[in-house]
Design a protein around this ligand. Structure first.
Ligand code: 1GP
Length: 251
């Protein structure tokens, strides 16, 4: 039987193996730039593609996912900013509930609206507690979500939020400083959250160098997501993958 995306995330976590996810923004991914990212991702053995964003204005989503599926076997996870960003061509959907905010629409409202379409899509649905952390300046996600991010130095708020998310039944926690964040999430906050949950922890937002990716993994992140930095310099794919995959696994 084929392993589901979530099972593979759990297996990796169990082994202590860290994963590298490349975030693709369908608005910026034309066929030729995507092609070069895909070639480098295959070579570097990237683990996942996340596709989506807080604000997607093009209708390129299906095309973009189909191109990834045609050229690679790397699983594609939808990372939707709104119910319009659902595609049956992906492998799984991060069904994000913004547990760090108090905007009922992003906690449950949009899920109610999208539920019949999500069900019909046949996608593997992974309930994900999404936590936006202050990245030093407003990001698209902090503006669009109309909800306060968790202050960057309040690790206790972050860990209590993540614990509540897990106990409410979330299968993943995704801590995000927002795409292009000035300051990525501190390793102190990542460690505090990782020590208090048993489900896989995804960390992203503003990670620009391989050293920070490595440190985040050592602090307890299971999956590192990188978008902006790779859009600017695709050669980072190789470096990031090498750093993330070099973190020693549990014996
Ligand atoms: C954003 O976590 C992702 O939602 C990735 O952020 O684009 O800053 O790498 P960057």
């Amino acid at each position: 039987m084929k392993t589901s995306v979530y099972q593979s995330l759990e297996i990796q976590k169990e082994k202590g193996k860290k994963s590298f996810a490349i975030l693709i923004d369908p608005d910026k991914a034309d066929a030729s730039s995507l092609n070069s990212v895909l070639e480098l991702a295959i070579e570097a053995k990237a683990d996942y593609f996340f596709v989506g964003g807080s604000l997607v204005v093009s209708d390129n989503l299906n095309e973009c996912i189909l191109q990834i599926k045609q050229q690679t076997d790397i699983p594609v996870l939808l990372f939707p900013g709104s119910p319009s960003q659902i595609s049956k061509h992906a492998d799984a959907l991060l069904y994000l509930s913004l547990i760090s905010g108090r905007n009922a629409d992003l906690l449950i409202g949009q899920h109610v609206v999208s539920a019949p379409f999500v069900k019909k899509s046949g996608l593997e649905v992974i309930p994900t507690g999404y936590m936006v952390v202050d990245g030093g300046a407003p990001t698209t996600v902090s503006y669009i979500s109309n909800a306060s991010p968790i202050p960057a130095d309040k690790a206790d708020i972050a860990l209590c939020t993540a614990m509540a998310g897990e106990m409410l039944g979330m299968k993943l926690i995704y801590m995000d400083a927002g795409s292009g964040a000035k300051k990525p999430i501190t390793e102190e906050m990542i460690a505090a959250v990782a020590q208090h949950i048993n489900i896989p922890l995804i960390v992203g937002g503003g990670i620009r160098d391989a050293e920070k990716a490595y440190i985040n993994c050592k602090a307890g992140a299971d999956v590192i997501v990188i978008g902006n930095a790779i859009e600017k310099d695709t050669s980072l794919i190789k470096e990031m993958a090498a750093a993330i995959h070099s973190v020693p696994v549990k014996i």
